[in-house]
Design a protein around this ligand. Sequence first.
Ligand code: DQA
Length: 144
Amino acid sequence: MDKFLVINGPNLNLLGSREPDIYGKYSLLEIEDLTNKRLENAGHKVDVEWFQSNGEKEIIEKIQAASNASYKAVIINPAAFSHTSIAILDALRVLSCPVVEVHLSNTNQREEFRSNKITAKSSTAVIEGLKEKGYFLAILSQLI
Ligand code: DQA
C-alpha cells in the first residue's frame, strides 16, 4: 500500500476556530477524516500518516526521519515557516520522494510577505487556495 506523510506546521492545530473565512471551517482532525474518505471514495487505498507541530525543530526531525522511510510523497503545509525557514527548505531538499506543498489560503492574494514561499523552492508542486481540498488533491496528484 502506498504510504504518504502529511506534515502541518504552526497554528494549524487551531483550524476550525482560527480565521475560518480564510482557512475554512474544518478542524485538522476533520480534514484528516475528510481526506481519508475522499481518497477511499475515489478508489484509492492508501496509508496516510498525519503529523502536526508548532515547532520548527520537530518538523525538521520529522522530515529527516521521512528520508529513511518509504513514502510515495510527502505533503507539507509549513504554515508561517513557509515564509521564514531556510532550515525546513534544506531538510526537504534531502528527500528523494516528491514533496507537495499545500496552503489552505491563496497566499498570493494576501499580505506581501506571504508571497515569498522559501520552502516552495524545494517542492515538486504547490497547491493553494482550495482550503481543505488541497490535501486530498495533493495526495491524488501522486496517484494518477
Ligand atoms: C497557510 C498560509 C500561511 O501564510 C500562514 O502563516 C498559515 C497557513 C495556509 O495554509 O494558507 O499559517 O500556510
